[in-house]
Ligand binder design. Structure first.
Ligand SMILES: [Cu+2]
Length: 271
C-alpha cells in the first residue's frame, strides 16, 4: 500500500515537472517545457483536467472492487443477493460518465480547434520527408533547399544530443507565426517537435499544413514520428528559434549557402 501511494504521488508530481532543456531526459515522465502557447494549453489540460479525472475514476473503481472483495465474499455474505435492477444507480452510471465526457470534450475541442486553425502567417516553410532525412524550403525567400541529416555519435558536441542533432537546422524568428507545409518524397513520415505541440504526417503526393509560434529563443528537437523504414529513428528534426534580426541575417546567409549546394536529393537522383 505504501509503495502504491508512493508511485501515485510520484506520478502526480512528475506530471507537473517539465524538463529544464528542450530535450527529453532520462526517466522523464512529464512533458518537455512548452515553447508555444498551444503546448502550454495541452499541458494544463493534461495536468489539471484529464489527470485528476482519470485518477479519481481509477481510485473510485479500485475502491469499489476492494470493498466488494471484502464485504461480499462467501464468508461475510454466504447468501447471495438476488437483486437484478436499481433504477437510480443505472441512471447515475449513465449520466455521470456523460457529464465527465462533456467536461473533458469542451477544453479538448478548443485545443484541437486552435491547433487546426492557422492564423495569418509571417513566414512559410515547406518540410519534405525523405528516407531518411528532412529537407526544407523557404518559398518566401527564394528556391534554396536545406537538407538536414543526422549527425553521427562521433560528431556530437554533447552525448545527450544522440539521435537528435542534425548537420543543418531550420531557423525561424521568435514570436512569429510560422506556417509549415509538410509532404513526403517517398513514404509516410511525421514532422514533430514535442515542445511546440506539433505533429503532422508527411504524406507523399499531398501537402498537409500546420503552424507554430514559438515564444522563447533556443534550439528545439524532435524526431520523425511515423515508422518509415530501417533508419526511421535516424532522421531527427532541429529548429533554431532566434530574434528577427538574427533571422534576417541567417536568411541572407542561407540563400547563398544552400542555393549553391548540390542537395542530397539531387545527389541521390544522380546515382
Ligand atoms: Cu521518417
Amino acid at each position: 500500500m505504501k509503495l502504491f501511494l508512493k508511485i501515485l504521488t510520484l506520478l502526480f508530481i512528475s506530471s507537473n515537472i517539465v524538463s529544464a532543456e528542450n530535450l527529453p531526459t532520462d526517466w522523464q515522465l512529464g512533458f518537455q517545457e512548452p515553447a508555444t502557447d498551444l503546448m502550454a494549453d495541452v499541458i494544463n489540460f493534461h495536468t489539471y483536467i484529464l489527470l485528476p479525472i482519470i485518477t479519481a475514476i481509477s481510485v473510485f473503481v479500485l475502491g469499489l472492487l476492494l470493498y466488494i472483495y471484502y464485504r461480499f465474499n462467501s464468508v461475510r455474505n454466504p447468501v447471495a443477493s438476488t437483486t437484478t435492477h436499481n433504477t437510480l444507480i443505472e441512471i447515475l452510471w449513465t449520466v455521470i460518465p456523460v457529464v465527465l465526457l462533456i467536461i473533458i470534450a469542451i477544453p479538448s475541442f478548443r485545443i484541437l480547434y486552435v491547433s487546426e486553425t492557422i492564423p495569418e502567417s509571417d513566414i512559410t516553410i515547406k518540410a519534405t520527408g525523405n528516407q531518411w532525412y528532412w529537407s526544407y524550403e523557404y518559398p518566401d525567400y527564394g528556391d534554396f533547399v536545406i537538407d538536414a541529416n543526422m549527425l553521427d555519435d562521433s560528431e556530437l558536441s554533447d552525448p545527450k544530443l544522440r539521435l537528435l542533432e542534425t548537420d543543418t537546422q531550420i531557423v525561424v524568428p521568435v514570436n512569429k507565426v510560422v506556417k509549415l507545409l509538410i509532404t513526403s518524397d517517398d513514404v509516410l513520415h511525421s514532422w514533430t517537435i514535442p515542445a511546440f505541440a506539433v505533429k503532422m504526417d508527411a504524406v507523399p503526393g499531398r501537402i498537409n499544413d500546420t503552424w507554430f509560434k514559438v515564444n522563447k529563443e533556443g534550439i528545439y528537437y524532435g524526431q520523425c514520428s511515423e515508422l518509415c523504414g530501417p533508419r526511421h529513428a535516424f532522421m531527427p528534426i532541429n529548429v533554431k528559434v532566434v530574434s528577427q534580426e538574427e533571422f534576417d541575417q541567417w536568411i541572407e546567409f542561407a540563400k547563398e549557402e544552400y542555393a549553391s549546394l548540390e542537395t542530397t536529393q539531387i545527389k541521390l537522383a544522380a546515382k
